[in-house]
Design a protein around this ligand. Structure first.
Ligand SMILES: Cc1cc2nc3c(=O)[nH]c(=O)nc-3n(C[C@H](O)[C@H](O)[C@H](O)COP(=O)(O)O)c2cc1C
Length: 178
């Protein structure tokens, strides 16, 4: 299967990218094809809400990295969303990319994709993850995408700390199980 990985952290060697790498390692071992898109590094312009795309009937007017991502999204079976929690939700970098889904909204709905969410938060308070989970679920419901797994890494202080938890193994096994 083809898997598009959308990462939301600006920190290349941070905790959520560590979990993304573990997931990718497992998925590759099971023979899946990965396209990784680091949202915080990409040239992605804000959706202008201009409606020039007529919500999917015409191309988006922006000329940026979304053009390449678009093709992968439309040819993927699974989308992995990986983000640290910033102020109780996904980062603005990944949200900016999701806003651009507007220009391929009907095409995504027709595909009946599957999706996975991986989040990382510093807070040990379990409820902090509720908003990102609800947000992810609302987005995928809208796009007729089926959730096939959520990993919320809670109370993570650093990559070294993360490595001492079961979350990397969970991410690896989820990727491998697909
Ligand atoms: C701008 C900003 C906002 C954050 N907001 C939250 C938050 O609301 N709740 C929380 O538990 N952690 C919050 N954190 C901590 C990060 O979620 C945590 O450090 C995470 O491991 C960072 O992921 P990364 O290592 O992949 O960059 C925030 C960090 C930053 C930089």
């Amino acid at each position: 299967m083809k898997i598009t990985v959308l990462t939301g952290s600006p920190r290349k060697n941070g905790t959520s990218n560590y979990l993304a790498d573990e997931f990718i390692k497992g998925a590759k071992e099971s023979g899946h094809e990965i396209y990784r898109f680091d949202c915080a590094k990409a040239d992605i312009k804000n959706c202008l809400g201009c409606n020039a795309c007529a919500m999917g009937s015409k191309p988006c007017i922006h000329k940026d990295d979304f053009a390449e991502l678009r093709e992968h999204l439309l040819n993927s079976d699974i989308i992995l969303f990986v983000s640290p929690i910033y102020y109780f939700d996904m980062t603005s970098s990944i949200k900016k990319v999701i806003d651009r889904f507007y220009s391929i909204d009907p095409q995504l709905k027709e595909k009946n994709n599957k999706a996975v969410l991986i989040s990382v938060q510093h807070s040990p308070v379990e409820q902090v993850k509720d908003i990102i989970n609800a947000h992810y679920q609302a987005i995928i419901n809208w796009l007729n995408i089926e959730n096939i797994g959520i990993i919320n890494a809670v109370g993570i202080e650093s990559v070294e700390h993360l490595k001492q938890t079961s979350y990397p193994q969970q991410a690896y096994e989820l990727g491998k199980s697909l």
